[in-house]
Write a protein that binds this ligand. Structure first.
Ligand code: PHE
Ligand code: NA
Length: 460
């Protein structure tokens, strides 16, 4: 059969397998791990939620990441064009390209709130450096966060700075520079998380925090919690919207997709669990509420920075690295939007970045207001499940709990049931027959069924 892909002849490939892992981890590791994972774990009662989340990573996340990278590498183009090309080549309906359109919409919506939270992290770089956390207790640290949220103009300022950073990087079309930065800064973030876990072991209620995270108590897990865990597996691995397809299109032919996807998922999961281990011991040591919501890390970590020696330095460094992690994820969210504007609308890269970036920045206002002026505005309150969801909550829900799992479901079905079997086998290149057959079984049956069951369960 003729080869479908021209394998991005005019685009440089990742210099190695490691370079791809670092780049894909740059997208995966972000606010999802350090900000979102701890607070939704707290809201959903801990251990049982974490267990379901880990199962979702293993049985749903990893297979879908493999599927996405496979589509991207075989198509060798942007997600929509890869899908268009593969469906044409394999004689399938062009409707599958709809996955790519939904992905762009999801990127657009996610970045609008992601940037606002990235702005919180930026604000906390300054707060840490100024030394205001020194000697703080739960009340004073909580009040600092409360003051930040209450002031839409300050939030707007940081949100704007964050978006400008992302726009500049994307407009300049950066790949190689980023590889180097991620290379150094991501491992550093990892080390700093280890320092925080060390602090939690010495000065927090470590056993209680550990038990909360890893001892499953299923009486605390609601049906909605299942969907949140599933959605977070997609969110944290940047799945179901074509981001990993885009990265896959740059992956050299001789690199194992399976090993690579597993490596990225393990790194991402490790960062999330470390964040949990750093935070929950502080939550319990300071009599805080695990389920206190999106402010959780901003109300706990500063307590540690305020007490430990070198806290000003560690705190500033930690929030700086969190910003870096958030920016590398944000780039992978803006890219698809810009690529789409370039390809479909014939707009230049610079204009595309500006148009996309400004539109997302404007949409970010809705999230900003969700934390103050509109904190009591629940647009879908007539639906019982959305009774007390703010606009920010709804954006988060629509993307992580609906669009991403739906996209992932389609991707699993596409690669498992429709895409040329021969192509799948070639791309995966799993020598061992039994291993290959088992993987295909998971991709064709287990992954789609698991997503579908969680969805249907939530509807009834
Ligand atoms: N995975 C990123 C995080 O955990 C968020 C993200 C989602 C990035 C989807 C790109 C696409 O922070
Ligand atoms: Na992540």
């Amino acid at each position: 059969a003729p080869s479908v892909a021209d394998a991005r002849k005019d685009n440089p490939m990742w210099s190695s397998r490691l370079a791809f892992i670092l780049a894909a981890s740059g997208s995966a590791v972000g606010l999802g791990n350090i900000w979102k994972f701890p607070y939704i774990t707290g809201e959903n009662g801990g251990g049982a939620f974490v267990l379901v989340y880990l199962l979702c990573i293993a049985l749903i996340g990893i297979p879908i990441m493999i599927a996405e990278v496979m589509i991207g590498r075989r198509g060798g183009r942007s997600p929509i064009n890869s899908l268009r090309m593969l469906t044409q080549h394999d004689g399938l309906s062009s409707r599958w390209t709809w996955i790519g359109w939904m992905g762009i919409t999801a990127s657009f919506l996610i970045l609008s709130f992601y940037s606002v939270i990235g702005g919180w992290a930026l604000a906390y770089v300054g707060q840490s450096a100024s030394g205001v956390f020194a000697g703080g207790d739960a009340d004073s640290i909580g009040a600092l966060f409360g003051d930040l949220l209450a002031d839409p103009w300050t939030l707007l300022l940081w949100h704007s700075i964050f978006m400008v950073l992302v726009i500049i990087i994307v407009a300049r079309g950066i790949r190689s520079g980023m590889e180097k930065a991620i290379n150094i800064l991501m491992p550093l973030l990892f080390v700093l998380l280890l320092v925080m876990v060390g602090y939690a072991i010495n000065s927090g209620e470590f056993v209680q925090g550990f038990t909360f995270l890893f001892q499953p108590d299923f009486s605390k897990l609601t049906t909605a919690g299942f969907l949140t865990a599933l959605g977070h597996a997609f969110f944290t691995l940047s799945l179901g919207m074509g981001v990993m397809m885009a990265y896959g299109s740059y992956l050299p032919k001789n690199v194992s997709i399976v090993k690579t996807a597993v490596a990225v998922s393990v790194v991402d999961t490790a960062v999330a669990l470390l964040a949990g281990l750093a935070i929950f011991p502080l939550v319990f040591a300071n009599g805080l509420e695990p389920g206190s919501g999106p402010g959780l890390i901003f109300q706990t970590l500063p307590l540690a920075f305020g007490k430990m020696t070198g806290g000003v330095l560690f705190g500033s460094l930690f929030f700086t690295l969190l910003v870096v992690a958030a920016v590398t994820s944000a780039i992978s969210l803006l890219e698809p939007v810009v690529e789409w504007l370039e390809e479909q609308k014939g707009i230049s890269r610079l204009s595309g970045t500006l148009i996309g970036g400004v539109a997302i920045w404007l949409l970010g206002m809705l999230t900003i207001l969700s934390f103050n002026e509109w904190a009591d505005v629940y647009p879908l309150s007539f639906i019982p499940a959305f009774e007390s969801k703010t606009i920010f909550d709804l954006l988060d829900y629509a993307t992580a709990n609906v669009m991403m799992p739906l996209g992932g479901l389609c991707i699993a079905i596409f690669t498992g049931w429709f895409m040329s079997k021969q192509a799948v086998e070639n791309q995966l290149d799993i020598g061992n027959r039994i291993a290959f057959k088992s993987f295909m079984f998971v991709l064709r049956f287990i992954t789609p069924a698991a997503v579908a069951v969680v969805f249907i369960y939530n509807l009834v």
